[in-house]
Design a protein around this ligand. Sequence first.
Ligand code: MG
Length: 367
Amino acid sequence: MKITSVDINLYRIPLPKVLTDSTHGTMKDFALITVEVFCGKSISGLGYTYTVSSIGGRSVYDLAVEDLAPLLLGQDPFYTEKLWDEMYWHLHFVGRGGLASFAIAAVDIALWDLKAKYSNLPLHNLLGGTTDRVKAYAGAIDLDLSIDELLKQTEGFLKEGFKAIKTKIGHEDHDHDLNRVKALRKEVGPDIVLMADANMRWNVPQTIYMSDALEEFDLFWLEEPIIPDDIEGHIKISNKSRIPIATGENLHSLYEFQKLIASGAIDFPEPDVATLGGITPWMKVASLAEAYNLPVTSHGVHDLHVHLLAAVPNHSYLEVHGFGIEPFLKQTLRLQDGYAMIPDCIGHGVEFDRNSLSKHMLGESNI
Ligand SMILES: [Mg+2]
C-alpha cells in the first residue's frame, strides 16, 4: 500500500455564538485544517486540527502543504511510527511542538483513520479497546455569562443528560469567580461533578488562595491555574492544594508532558490529539500517565477523543464542547445518561459535509 495523494483544506468558520475565556478573550471564529490521505481511489483517511480565533491557521495549513504532504507520497501509510518520526524531524528545527505539532497531528490522525478503515475496525479497537462508552462532561466556554445565564446554561446541560459540568473562571476579581462556582454548586446539588478552568490566568499565590477558597464547592479538578511551563510552580501548588489539578491543552509534545507528569505535580494530564502531534503521541502520553498511576482526560475534538479514551484503561472524563463544528459533521457525538457513546463506525467515523463547509474555505491543495 502506497500513499498516492494528499488533500489539504483550510477553513475559517464563524462560531454560532461568541465564546470567552480568561486567556483568549472573545472568540468569534476558528480555523479548521483538514488533511485527507489517499492510497489510490479506494481508500483514504481523514485528519484535522483547529486553531482558536483562526490564529496561525494558515501557517499550519502551509506546513502541511509545503513540508509534510510531499514527504508522504509513495510511503506505506501503515508505518505510522516511522512517518510520525520523519515528520517530526523534518520540522524539528522550526518545530519541537507549537504549530508543527498541529500540522503533524492532522496528518497522523488521517493515517490512523486510514489504517483502521483498512483493518475494518473502529479506531478505538485498533488502538486497544476497553469500553464502548466514556463518562463525558460539558465543557462550557462561558466566562462572560452572568450568573443567571450560567444557571440557564446549566439547566440545558442537565437536560442533555450531563452529570459533570466545567465552567470558566479566571476573572480579575476572585470574588466574581467564587460567586459563580458557589451559584453553580447550589444549583446542581452535591451529586453533579463540577470542574473549573482558569485558563492560566493566575500565579502560584493566587492559585493557592483560590484553591483554599474553592475547596468547599467540591471541585473534581481545577484546570490550568498557571502556565504549564512553570513546573516548580505546579509542585508548590500540588503541595498546598487539596483540589486535584488538570493541565495539558497548551502542551504540544510528549516531552513537555513527560516533564510535568514526572514532576508529580499534576493529577489529570489533558492531552489534545489535534495539537499534540496526533494519535501516535497521544497514546504515549496516556501510557506515560498510566505508568505514573494517573488517569488521562482530553481537551476539545471530542469526536476523536471518545475513541482514544475508550482505547486506554486509565481513561477519565471526555470533554465535550461544541466548538462550532457540529453543523458541518454528518454524524455528531451521541450522549446517553452522562456517557459519550462510541459511534458505530469503521475508522474514527468523523465525516465533514464539504458542501456546507465550502463557503468558509480559504485554501485547498492537492499534493
Ligand atoms: Mg481548558
